[in-house]
Design a protein around this ligand. Structure first.
Ligand code: F0G
Length: 384
């Protein structure tokens, strides 16, 4: 069947909302799980126990295509003429490619000013999306695009869209496939708007209910230190709590954030998000998967990224939070060296070449004085 060429829709029985003839696909999800001892050793794992799922190898260069094929399909089902998103870059690139290939709807993307890696911005422009740069960051852009979509009957493609998350479940199906449907001990994923972690939790919950797996892996969500809303709330004790997370705790947190005008900041711009929209769903996923949350510094992210590259993969900074997170959780004794761990590399290495070149340049220290790297002081893995 032609749909079997998609790494998402060959699992269509597990995302049964779309009639096959309506499905919008560009052959996304041709990604495979691979063992990587180079990164594994760095993170402190036993040989053969660290796996990387490189979702950067999707048509638009990030995991977003898994979700955007599903959202585009639903947009077609409801006859949308316009679709929009706010983005730190990858969502906009993905939406733009689906719109231009399918010719079903026109696309408007909102990006924060100066907050987007150039590779990603270039994609939205080249795939012919109307690209609006707003004064502010991702959180501001998302607020604006939600208002615009509501007023203008425009189809919203951020991960608040539940069909996006349906598609992203397929990443976990492929991971399981790569392991012969043996459940790993850990899934480790960077956390931004928390769509992936939410989708992964839903995937495992359903697979268990269907009797296709007999246990679920543990889920570790990794925040960047400067963009750590989930981790801070988690460490303060916020839990799913049977569908009643402590709203006072959340309200107080955001209240203080607003009062201090505190903004997310990390050089991993993809996950520079202060108000993750899928917070509740992620809390549920963390409960289903006996999960936990931690954070890593920008320094740890860049160091891990250099190791992932030297190990023959490569990824954008946000993705490297996964391997940096494993290293941290190993150091703390949470992950055992003999555990089987899967890291999701969410975006392609060429998305943000500036970060890579700066790190490996013999002028690395000079770059460090520029704002993007001001909190990174060492370049131990730089290939100077
Ligand atoms: N990694 C990359 C490369 C991303 O682009 C994003 C999110 C994430 C991780 C975080 O994933 O939101 O599911 O927790 N990027 C969005 C965007 C926000 O606009 O491209 P999440």
């Amino acid at each position: 069947h032609p749909l079997d060429f998609s790494g998402v829709w060959r699992f269509r029985e597990l995302l049964p909302f779309a009639p096959p003839e309506q499905i919008v696909t560009i052959g996304e999800g041709q990604t495979i799980l691979q063992q990587n001892d180079y990164s594994g050793r760095y993170a402190g794992m036993d040989s053969g126990q660290l796996y990387l799922q490189y979702e950067g190898m999707n048509p638009s260069g990030s995991f977003k295509d898994n979700g955007m094929t599903a959202a585009s399909t639903h947009a077609r089902m409801v006859g949308a003429k316009f679709a929009a998103c706010a983005s730190t870059g990858n969502t906009s690139a993905s939406l733009a490619i689906y719109a231009s290939v399918s010719r079903l709807f026109k696309t408007i993307v909102f990006v924060g000013s100066g907050k987007i890696a150039l590779g990603k911005l270039a994609q939205a422009l080249d795939y012919d999306a109307k690209t609006i740069q707003i004064l502010g960051d991702f959180d501001d852009a998302l607020k604006q695009v939600r208002a615009v979509c509501q007023e203008g009957s425009i189809y919203l493609c951020n991960s608040v869209n539940p069909f996006r998350l349906e598609g992203q479940k397929a990443i976990m199906y492929r991971v399981l496939e790569g392991l012969g449907w043996e459940v790993p001990d850990w899934i480790v994923v960077p956390g931004g708007n928390l769509g992936n972690s939410s989708a992964f939790g839903k995937a495992f919950m359903e697979l268990k209910q269907l009797g296709l797996i007999d246990r679920v892996p543990r889920l570790a969500v990794i925040n960047a230190e400067g963009s750590n809303t989930l981790n801070r709330l988690w460490q303060q004790g916020l839990r799913w709590n049977d569908g009643r997370p402590d709203e006072n705790l959340i309200g107080q947190f955001y209240g203080e954030m607003d009062a201090e005008d505190r903004r997310a900041y990390t050089l991993a711009t993809a996950i520079q998000i202060g108000r993750p929209v899928n917070l509740y769903k992620c809390l549920r996923a963390l409960e289903v998967c006996d999960g936990l949350v931690t954070e890593v510094t920008d320094q740890e992210i860049l160091d891990a990224k250099a190791i992932i590259g030297a190990g023959g993969f490569g990824c954008e900074p946000a993705s490297a939070a996964s391997v940096a997170g494993v290293k941290r959780l190993r150091r703390e004794g949470t992950i055992a060296p003999s555990d089987r761990v899967v890291c999701i590399l969410t975006g392609h290495e060429l998305k943000d070449p500036d970060a890579t070149v700066a790190y490996h340049s013999s002028d690395a220290e000079k770059f460090a004085t520029q704002s993007k790297f001001s909190n990174v002081t060492e370049f131990p893995h730089a290939n100077a």
